[in-house]
Design a binder for this molecule. Structure first.
Ligand code: ADP
Ligand code: ZN
Length: 610
């Protein structure tokens, strides 16, 4: 194989992709491929897997063949590669016969650097035979976990890929995935029988994501406030049920936000339309069940909000992982109410398969403990994947930023517990809270509960406060709810110790305002400062160009590229080339328009041009 010099390697990185340096592991992988070695790499979403094979695809003679499971992903990847001037195409069932013939022609005339194909092609003898007449440079298996029956996305078609190594005895085969437990990893390796392979397991840390878990209180108001903070930015709000997806989307629309729903109950047409509108920056927010996300390559998602408790830590990691693919800062917020636990448990209880039910319960208890402990969120997440986080403070989660504090609420807990005792554990949460608050309800009068010593003892706090404290006491196993239609509260042993002042109880509370501001400031400090107004204008131009060309805006330029432009204000083509993500082809295609806009802006704002 032709040997590639260092300068060729870095020149191509710069000229084609517009990047000055590699991200972690990329160089090692690219070099291994260029040395004709097989590769197996587990890298998180946003880790930059595409570059690992697209760069060799440009450097090596012949066509790099990429097997990819989803039609939508293929299209996106091809758009992205073409925007950088790479000769790319795909072959899948979405093409009509003429289009397919055209791709075949390009392939046979050796005029493609990259070809994306669906795995089922490898079960077709005609296709395999045709490959014999084509100059292939290497084979890539994207989303390689699809080959494992133990993974969550098993694709029977992927099994045929185990013959790739025998099909291409002299060519490198590289497999990539973002999701592989050690078990799945071994399973993939066994199935593919890679030779002398480089195995890379990147860190699962996503340093540009910040994590924040807050008590869910008034969910609508909390969502509105979060969206206001992220005005104009793209984000996903995850909810558990179709109904809540629908209601939240309607509520947000009514308040003037550009939001659309997405769930499995919508027609194919509506789902596709809403997803497309989100991808193309025509709406900012998609409110979705977990049905949303697979096959979404949108790199400029700036926030993900879980308005309900996720099913498992894996789910949480995957769903939050869709934010910030471009490497720019993105925020992940989970609104956690202990009340959500019982809702999820209710669903789990309806499961008939005992093993499934146990697994779901186990996953739930792990996610609850993740949300309720005061350990760094990042450390906790990585720990779950068997990875040790080497720093004491990650500086970008609510725990490390100290936006929460422990508050002793033993006295308040005693008030609630005593109300439960004095009413002989015969009433539910609403009534107990009414007693403590001193409400004048018919039920209270009927039972004479206004004569209890605890009646009205907690007037100083709001109804929400007391409801949350009940949830907290349930979560901390101080009290328990009876089964049945009208669940009543009763004490557990811990409650007795609390009443006797032998044990204290603490809850985590968000420290309001001052510290939250500090939180935002710290997070922004990790970004290079840029001119917000210019950035917005660049975004508008990006969207116009994208619309004209029928591609998603982030394919024209990533948010990262626009931030760079709004920070260094390039006035010449040479300076424009120093912007991350601006290679020679993008400069040639879009440079003039963007330079023109920046020039005009700097003339209008001479103070900022300096
Ligand atoms: P993955 O497939 O691993 O999720 P992608 O290949 O989509 O990740 O890359 C994620 C983002 O990172 C893209 O916007 C891409 O342009 C950018 N990127 C990749 N490599 C680099 C690099 N070396 N320097 C800067 N940005 C990069
Ligand atoms: Zn932290």
């Amino acid at each position: 194989m032709k040997s590639i010099t260092d300068s060729e390697l870095f020149d191509t990185l710069r000229k084609v992709f517009g990047f000055r340096e590699f991200r972690p592991n990329q160089e090692q992988i690219v070099r291994a491929i260029l040395e004709n070695r097989d590769v197996f790499a587990v890298m998180p979403t946003g880790g930059g897997k595409s570059l690992c094979y697209q760069l060799p695809a440009v450097l090596l003679p012949g066509t790099c063949m990429v097997i990819s499971p989803l039609i939508s992903l293929m299209k996106d990847q091809v758009d992205g590669a073409r925007a950088n001037g790479i000769r790319a195409a795909f072959l899948n069932s979405s093409l009509d016969p003429e289009e397919r013939d055209a791709v075949m022609q390009q392939l046979l005339s050796n005029s493609l650097d990259l070809l994306y194909v669906a795995p089922e092609r490898f079960t077709l003898e005609a296709f395999k035979k045709m490959l014999g007449r084509v100059n292939i440079s290497m084979a890539v298996i994207d989303e390689a976990h699809c080959i494992s029956e133990w993974g969550h996305d098993f694709r029977p078609d992927y099994l045929s890929l185990s013959s790739l190594v025998t099909m291409f005895p002299d060519l490198p085969v590289a497999a990539f995935t973002a999701t592989a437990t050690h078990l799945v990893q071994q399973n993939i390796l066994d199935k593919l029988s890679l030779r002398n392979s480089l195995i890379v397991r990147a860190s699962f840390d996503r340093p540009n994501l910040s994590y924040d878990i807050r008590l869910k209180d008034k969910v609508d108001a909390q969502l509105v406030s979060l969206l206001k903070k992220n005005a104009g930015k793209a984000g996903i709000i995850y909810r558990t049920s179709r109904k809540s997806v629908h209601e939240t989307a309607e509520m947000l629309k009514a308040k003037g936000f550009r939001a659309l729903p997405y769930h499995a109950g919508l027609s194919d047409h509506d789902r596709k339309r809403n997803q497309e509108a989100f991808i193309r920056d025509e709406v900012d927010v998609i409110v979705a069940t977990i049905a949303f996300g697979m096959g979404i390559d949108k790199s400029n998602i700036r926030f993900v909000i879980h308005a309900d408790l996720p099913k498992s830590i894996e789910n949480y990691y995957q769903e939050t992982g869709r934010a910030g693919r471009d490497g720019e800062a993105a925020h992940c917020t989970l609104l956690f109410s202990p009340g959500d636990i019982s809702k999820l448990r209710f669903f789990i209880d309806t499961m008939t398969d005992e093993t499934e039910r146990k697994r779901a319960l186990d996953a739930l208890s792990k996610v609850v403990s993740f949300a309720s402990t005061s350990i760094c969120r990042r450390r906790n997440l990585l720990d779950y994947f068997g990875e040790h986080y080497p720093h004491d403070n990650c500086s970008s989660c609510d725990i490390c930023l100290g936006t929460r504090e422990r508050v002793d609420c033993t006295r308040e807990a005693q008030m609630l517990l005593s109300a439960i005792v004095r009413t002989e554990e015969r009433f539910g949460a609403t009534h107990i809270v009414d007693i403590v608050l001193g409400s004048n309800t018919r039920k209270i009068r009927d039972f004479g509960h206004d004569r209890l010593k605890t009646y009205g003892i907690g007037k100083g706090q709001s109804k929400t406060y007391w409801r949350q404290l009940v949830d907290e006491l349930l979560a901390q196993k101080v009290i328990e709810k009876s089964e049945g239609l009208y669940p009543t509260l009763f004490l557990l042993p811990k409650a007795v110790s609390i009443l006797k002042n032998e044990e204290c109880i603490e809850i985590l509370r968000v420290v309001e305002k001052t510290k939250e501001k500090e939180h935002d400031r710290t997070l922004q400090a990790t970004e290079t400062p840029y001119d917000q107004q210019l950035f917005e204008l660049l975004r508008v131009l990006r969207k116009e160009i994208a619309q004209e060309q029928g591609i998603p805006p982030y394919v024209v330029f990533s948010d990262r590229s626009l931030h760079d432009m709004a920070s260094i204000c390039p006035r010449t083509a040479d300076t424009m080339l120093t912007v991350t993500g601006v290679g020679e082809v993008k400069l040639q295609r879009y440079g003039r328009q963007f330079l023109h806009l920046i020039e005009r802006y700097c003339t209008d704002h001479p103070e900022r041009a300096a």
